[in-house]
Ligand binder design. Structure first.
Ligand SMILES: O=c1ccn([C@@H]2O[C@H](COP(=O)(O)OP(=O)(O)O[C@H]3O[C@H](CO)[C@@H](O)[C@H](O)[C@H]3O)[C@@H](O)[C@H]2O)c(=O)[nH]1
Ligand SMILES: [Mn+2]
Length: 748
């Protein structure tokens, strides 16, 4: 299809898009697949009723049958929700050159406020946060329009110290980037790519390494103490704000303006961007709402200081990989016709350091690449938490009716006319960062980033779109940002568990996408958001297919149709159809078959771990038994683990409930398969009856290969702990006994 310009043809376009060719075959396939689902559901219900009406049917058999119907119904539901992404996937292009021409002729660059988040100096090394900040301070954007705000939820001296160093280094780094026209503007990325040839490079590298040495030295010691590093009185005074009794959960607000655009210049005399450090007030008596709370504090503090109309939210594990990214964003936000309706422009999370076959599916291709282009063709993509440029105005009510904050200074149209370091500005900034400031206001409910879910990104994007805002997904050839990934299985699964819980919180709130979302945005967008809200539901069919049905099989009860039954072909179609389409999506987004294999394996693994335990935690929270928290993902890498990751070896190593369910699934399916083989040898005529179960268990076994290795073949530290294996065997024994006694009357 020809690209469709989104502008009137008189001016050169700022952006275009085209609908992917796959849309039409996907729509046809959807109709066929959906019809097949209806046939299967009809069959299930028919059989269930005949079973129920039969006087001799035992309770256990009905239970088993109901479970199978439930599993298949959830598969069907989840399949339906994913169709929303496949109806109209689009691809966009931007023309930053045209934008620059337009701005040179007619206008001014809008201000940009960048928010960077960090929460723990030991899980998120301050040097990595510094690299994130330097990469965006060096954006190809007028420096007097660029302000970088660091939110430190760890309230750590170490992070502030690192930024004092960074502010000094930036005076050298920014002109260096400008003069050399670098595209890699995170020093760490630049120097680790062996960009060292000129003497200027060498000099810069030495300076960078010296700063890194000082910061890492402090972090290692856990205290900022070396007086010789603290050259200015101002720095010493700032660090003295950490008084006795200061903890990361209980402390006053600390705001330090480290660079002030009005007065600070780089070594060539150019203005520096603003750089502000903020540790918001924390107190045990008020909720701080984790990252969502930090986002709102930064929204307010930045409003008092610069109030730029465009906000970039960026996690500290991600740095800019392309300095013209803000210009690409403006291609959408400044577009005269549709621009005003766009709440945010989301760039995908791309990662560095992923191993060859992407063992843990860290690329998260479906959520970060495949699904967003599908939503982009409808009303717009989800907010993914980082690498996203917001129109500040979108945080204040729907496009048609603006809401106003309780203080005029916080509203998007307010113009700041005082210096960022002035007394008035600083006292207002402290006020709006206090821990009880939001009491009795609309922050978190109607204004700003929304509270109520651990995935504040998904939830906020969803609420904005329900209000009528559009959004844009922009995925240029050169990734705009590059992030780091967790490289150990447990970290990956914990992260996914947090997401699953956050999504469930939305699913079971009054804003459930299936009702509220469908009403506000229509059926397709509602389904797309529901696909995430209900992702933890995968755990239900997976648990049934991985445990219940194999246990029944071992105890002599087969659930699946024989190969001679026409229904058998329906199952084959479901399996092959869904997998083939999934593979197609993957290959069309530059994936390899092996990466796809890892991705589907991780989906199965998540089903029995993150989604399962996420559902359990969420139920506990609903029952008031426990509270939910945001466990920050660990970003520090252990060398030995790193080596195993490079080789593609799975990392177990610690005792965790996640690994218990995985081990159980691996063992029970191996047993099922062996039992099947023995029965086929004894009664070859039963092969047709057992084929489907043996195929499914065989498929699980192939997927579980790394688990068997972890249990039996490895001796390194990352192997499956003996304790985990013992607990799994015990639990399996109990489950087997329960099944055995429940099915006593059914066996023949
Ligand atoms: O109380 C908190 C907890 C976290 N963070 C920051 O939030 C960011 C994301 O945390 P991380 O541990 O890296 O979580 P991820 O799972 O990698 O983050 C994904 O999922 C989050 C929602 O669960 C989103 O906020 C993120 O943008 C998205 O990348 C980091 O910069 C943290 O420093 C805070 O500022 N305050
Ligand atoms: Mn992260």
């Amino acid at each position: 299809m020809a690209p469709t310009p989104n502008l009137s043809t008189s001016t050169p376009p700022l952006h275009t898009f085209h609908v992917h060719r796959r849309a039409v075959p996907y729509r046809i396939f959807a109709v066929v697949y959906f019809s097949a689902i209806l046939v299967l559901l009809y069959h299930h219900i028919y059989k269930l009723f005949t079973n129920l009406l039969h006087p001799t049917t035992s309770f256990s058999l009905v239970f088993l049958h109901l479970s199978v119907v439930l599993a298949d119904a959830i598969f069907a539901f989840m399949w339906t929700t994913t169709q929303a992404f496949r109806m109209r996937p689009i691809q966009r292009r931007t023309f930053p050159d045209n934008l620059v021409k337009m701005l040179d002729k007619s206008g001014e660059y809008p201000g940009l406020d960048v928010f960077i988040f960090t929460a723990d100096p030991y899980k998120e090394p301050p040097m990595s946060v510094v690299n994130t900040a330097l990469s965006v301070m060096a954006y190809e954007y007028p420096t007097d329009k660029n302000s970088v705000y660091i939110s430190d939820d760890g309230g750590s001296k170490l992070t502030l110290f690192a930024f004092m160093e960074a502010a000094r280094f930036a005076r050298h780094w920014l002109p260096f980037c400008r003069e050399k026209r670098l595209v890699e503007r995170s020093p760490d990325a630049y120097f680790s790519n062996n960009n060292c040839c000129s003497s200027k490079d060498e000099e810069m590298k030495t300076m960078y390494e010296a700063m890194k040495g000082r910061v890492e030295n402090m972090v290692e010691r856990g205290e900022v103490m070396n007086e010789e590093y603290l050259t200015s009185k101002h720095d010493r005074d700032a660090l003295n704000k950490w008084k006795l009794g200061f903890t990361h959960q209980d402390h006053p607000t600390i705001i330090e303006v480290l660079l002030d655009n009005g007065e600070d210049k780089d070594i060539t005399g150019y203005k520096m961007p603003n750089l502000v450090y903020i540790a918001r007030e924390k107190s045990k008596s008020s909720a701080h709402h984790f990252k969502a709370g930090a986002l709102n504090v930064l929204t307010r503090v930045s409003a008092t200081m610069t109030n730029a109309p465009v906000i970039l939210t960026l996690d500290c594990d991600m740095h800019s990989n392309d300095p013209i990214t803000p210009l690409r964003t403006l291609c959408f936000l400044l577009e005269p016709i549709m621009g005003l309706e766009v709440a945010y422009v989301q760039f995908p999370q791309h990662f560095r350091g992923i191993n060859k076959n992407d063992t843990y599916a860290n690329e998260i291709k479906r959520s970060f690449r495949v699904d967003p282009i599908g939503m982009d063709g409808l009303q717009g993509t989800c907010y993914l938490g980082t690498g996203c440029f917001f129109r500040r105005r979108s945080l204040f009510g729907s496009p048609l009716s603006q809401l106003f904050a309780e203080r005029r200074e916080l509203n998007p149209e307010h113009v700041v006319d005082k210096n960022i370091k002035s007394k008035e500005v600083l006292s207002m900034a402290h006020l709006v960062a206090s821990s009880n400031y939001e009491d009795g206001t609309n922050w978190g409910s109607k204004i700003g980033f929304r509270y109520g879910s651990l995935v504040e990104d998904y939830y906020t994007g969803y609420k904005l779109q329900c209000e009528g805002w559009k959004s844009v997904f922009c995925d240029p050839e050169r990734p705009a940002f590059l992030g780091d990934i967790p490289i150990n299985l447990h970290d990956v699964l914990s992260q996914n568990k947090r997401w699953a819980i956050g999504h469930l919180e939305v699913a079971f709130s009054k804003y459930c996408p299936l009702m509220y979302g469908v009403n506000s945005m229509g059926i397709l967008m509602g389904l797309a958001y529901a696909r995430y809200a209900f992702e933890a539901f995968w755990s239900i069919p997976f648990t049934i297919y991985a445990f219940l049905i194999p246990l029944a099989f071992i105890n002599g009860v087969s659930t699946f149709p024989e190969v001679t039954n026409p229904l058998f072909y329906l199952y084959v179609f479901f399996f092959v159809g869904a997998y083939a389409q999934d593979l197609t999506d993957f290959l069309l987004t530059n994936g390899t078959i092996m990466q796809w294999w890892s991705d589907q394996r991780m989906w199965l693994i998540r089903g029995l771990t993150s989604y399962l335990f996420g559902s359990i935690d969420c139920s506990f929270q609903k029952l008031g038994i426990s509270a939910l928290g945001f466990n920050v993902t660990n970003k520090v890498v252990d060398d030995e683990q790193s080596k195993r990751y490079e080789q593609g070896t799975f990392e177990f190593g610690i005792t965790s409930p996640f690994f218990v369910t995985l081990t159980m699934a691996a063992i029970i399916n191996l047993i099922t398969f062996v039992v099947g083989v023995v029965r086929v040898v004894l009664f070859p005529e039963k092969f047709g009856e057992m084929f489907v179960q043996m195929f499914i268990s065989g498929f699980v076994i192939v997927n579980c290969w790394p688990i068997y290795e972890g249990i039996a073949l490895r001796v390194d530290k990352g192997r499956m702990p003996t304790k985990t294996i013992t607990i799994s065997l015990l639990l399996l024994g109990i489950l087997h006994c329960v099944t055995f006694f429940s099915l006593t009357h059914v066996r023949h």
